[in-house]
Design a protein around this ligand. Structure first.
Ligand code: KG4
Ligand code: ZN
Length: 336
């Protein structure tokens, strides 16, 4: 018998629905909420309202794209957390009602675990592997032992790297979310044009508050004597700052690989869409004898928030018989 699952993602500012059949994604729909752009960041209240408006059309479109009838669905999955409470509640309530209406099982999914499992949509990483999970809210190195067994071995002590991208982009006058824009300008710039402090913390943890502050002072000081500094050097500034952030990430990943002896390396989350990070990890350096890494990088559309990754996680949970009951509620601080 084939297994077909509808998955909903509504943890932040994208309303997403996907359908997976026997482990293959057959629909993946994303409605991005443009309402937040004018505020330079996600406004939680507006996000919840937009999810409420988008969820039915997005789910209908997923079902239409997959060319199936609702009756063919074996389960419905949703992101339980972490994320914005109001946003999560929309997806959670929708999924519960949908499961009840069709009398099918309900599957709860952890957003961070789903980002990691996005790697399985195209390839099959070998367990155990390390996953650098980098998004707007999280920066972690996970030791992934099995589909549902992940241990956080390193994490940020302050900002997430996605925030370090977005806040810097805001200072440069780029639109929100700034990560992809900073990446775009960085492609044409010189990464060695400017240098930023290499802030390090003990062990496998990260810190981005130091480099973020250094960047603020750097722009302020240079602009004082040269008001056109940002405009005239935008590409070099982006390239240099991006290189500094990537350097922090990669150094910890190398340390984690040495410490654990694991050479199967994956990346996940919105920042894994960064072209500089992807290029570096695909370079020959990590294939040399010194590292001998097997690197897994999800296709771009599965890096930033999407429901295909929720569907992938749900598929494994279905096979393991892990279902939620109707008393389940959203968990904004859910841990992997
Ligand atoms: O995983 P995600 O879509 O949402 C969260 O779960 O947070 O990650 C969003 C983050 C934002 O900070 C965004 O600026 C960043 O991912 N991002 C990027 C790129 N694309 C998205 N950062 C750097 N370069 C990119 N190309
Ligand atoms: Zn995410």
């Amino acid at each position: 018998m084939s297994i077909t699952i509808l998955a909903i993602e509504s943890s932040c500012d994208e309303t997403c629905a996907a359908i997976i059949r026997d482990g293959k994604i057959i629909a993946n729909i994303i409605a991005t909420q443009s309402v937040h752009e004018q505020y330079g960041g996600v406004v939680p209240e507006l996000a919840s309202r937009a999810h409420q408006q988008n969820i039915i059309p997005v789910v209908s479109q997923a079902i239409h794209t997959a060319k199936i009838s609702k009756k063919k669905l074996n389960a419905v999955a949703f992101t339980r957390g972490p994320g914005l409470l109001g946003s999560l509640l929309v997806g959670t309530s929708f999924a519960k009602a949908f499961a009840l209406g069709l009398n099918i099982p309900l599957i709860e999914v952890n957003h961070i675990e789903a980002h990691v499992l996005a790697n399985f949509i195209i390839r099959n990483p070998k367990f155990p592997f390390l996953c650098l999970t980098v998004s707007g809210g999280h920066t972690q190195i996970l030791l992934v032992k099995d589909y549902m067994e992940m241990e956080v071995i390193g994490k940020t002590l302050d900002d997430a790297v996605g925030e370090a991208f977005d806040k810097a982009a805001k200072l440069l006058g780029l639109p929100y979310p700034g990560g992809p824009f900073l990446d775009k300008y960085a492609k044409k710039g010189n990464p060695d044009a400017f240098s930023f402090p290499d802030v390090d913390v003990d062990g496998l943890d990260f810190s981005f508050s130091g480099i973020k502050t250094a960047f603020l002072y750097f722009l302020r000081d240079r602009s004082k004597t040269n008001p056109g500094f940002i405009k005239n050097n935008l590409e070099d500034i982006c390239a240099s700052y991006q290189a500094a952030l990537i350097n922090i990430l990669i150094k910890k990943l190398i340390k984690a690989s040495k410490k654990t002896g694991i050479r199967e390396i994956a990346i996940a989350g919105g920042v894994s869409a960064n072209s500089g990070l992807r290029k570096l990890l695909q370079s020959h350096i990590f294939r040399t004898k010194k590292y001998n890494w097997n690197v897994y990088i999800p296709p771009l559309e599965y890096c930033t928030d999407n429901a295909a990754m929720i569907a992938m996680a749900a598929h494994y949970k279905y096979l393991a018989g892990e279902f939620a009951d109707q008393s389940v509620s959203a968990d904004p601080r859910m841990k992997p």
